[in-house]
Design a binder for this molecule. Sequence first.
Ligand code: COD
Ligand code: ATP
Length: 195
Amino acid sequence: MIVVGLTGGIGSGKTTVAKMFQDLGVPVYNSDDRAKNLMQKSPELILEIKELLGEDAYKNSRLDRGYVSKQVFNNKELLASLNAIVHPAVRKDFLEWSKEQSADYVIQEAAIIFEIGSQDFYDCIILVTAPKETRIDRVMKRDTSSTFESIEARMKNQLSDDKKIEASDYVIQNEKIEQTKVQVLDIHRDLLNKI
Ligand SMILES: CC(C)(COP(=O)(O)OP(=O)(O)OC[C@H]1O[C@@H](n2cnc3c(N)ncnc32)[C@H](O)[C@@H]1O)[C@@H](O)C(=O)NCCC(=O)NCCS
Ligand SMILES: Nc1ncnc2c1ncn2[C@@H]1O[C@H](COP(=O)(O)OP(=O)(O)OP(=O)(O)O)[C@@H](O)[C@H]1O
């Protein structure tokens, strides 16, 4: 089974593209969602996160995403430490999930692949891109409580598209949705031909 990494900067359209692959029958693992699930349920992770960020990281036993975001996206060292706690747990969870799949290929959607140096884990990588202004605009429309500054703070912790394009096997330019669908279908056919 081929393991495909699907990545892209904030608001590029990773989840939108992932859904298109899902509609073609491809199993997709969403790392952002699974990570938050693990951060909510795993006693070991909860302990480590509280040690790193303090008791305030959880409010009424729920991960306080606003608090955590403010802490880590303005402090590269803290973010690296949080990544180092969460990433191994997500990797383990993904491997367990992938063993249950029987498709020709599976996709792991992950916002950070190159940023944490995990690119060699994948047989190939699909990058989703869109202009920076479009991405900010999309996130602000989707998450009405987000601000320009909070989105920029996340962007500053992500590699530039130029660097990621060089290191990716496929690049999807996600602007007009109909054109995105065509690119997804082309990649799907190409991947099936490789199997
Ligand atoms: C800080 C948290 C709680 C914020 O939660 P929130 O629901 O607001 O955002 P969500 O997780 O859905 O991520 C949305 C986007 O933020 C950006 N982002 C999230 N984590 C990171 C990160 N570690 N580095 C850079 N950008 C990130 C990505 O563009 C991502 O697609 C959460 O993102 C988190 O815990 N991140 C650190 C753990 C991690 O690396 N998760 C990614 C999966 S391995
Ligand atoms: N081609 C497109 N045209 C118009 N809107 C789009 C397009 N692609 C995605 N969107 C919208 O933009 C927003 C961001 O897309 P999506 O959630 O797929 O991005 P993401 O990369 O997964 O985001 P994040 O990094 O925040 O997790 C969503 O509201 C989505 O519906």
